[in-house]
Write a protein that binds this ligand. Sequence first.
Ligand code: COA
Length: 150
Amino acid sequence: MSIRLLNNKEEIPYNLLLLADETIEAIDKYISNSDIYVFESNNQIIAVYALLVLNDETIEIKNIAVSKKHQGKGIGKLLLDDCIKKAIEKKCSLLTIGTGDASFKQLNLYQKFGFEIFDIKHNFFVDNYPEAIFENGIQLKDMIMLRLVL
Ligand code: COA
């Protein structure tokens, strides 16, 4: 098992990225400028995260996803630990991530890691996606922005 940078000759693992973001159009807005890291097990990519440098001090996790079959086994936490390590290596002092206002499992996970809410992008999911997105039986409206001070 290892986490490595995807090289630019390899196919972008949209199948996994689409677990965390609803449309390819939305993913394409950040993916070509992001570093994509993949988690492999038995030579198969089973998880991914994408990091985008926003400025000298801030780096954002634009996408993080574990294949459905492998969720709930600690891989998400492993990926978050690795994001933090990479952000520190890049000498950033803030790591940010956005999630849905009804994405309770994800909010819980990030807050357990020490991320704190610092902003709300009102109506982000209504304005930026062609169809309504539901999680936990609730329509996503706002994007909750969280940050971890490194
Ligand atoms: N139900 C509720 N909470 C769960 C859960 C489940 N089935 N599986 C995991 N969790 C929570 C727990 O709080 C757990 O912490 P704990 O072990 O201290 O209780 C925490 O998530 C981390 O568990 P882990 O096994 O490391 O998570 P994971 O490998 O499933 O990865 C995600 C977490 C969110 C990356 C993964 O579930 C995923 O890819 N989801 C779909 C894409 C997505 O929503 N990405 C994030 C977009 S903001």
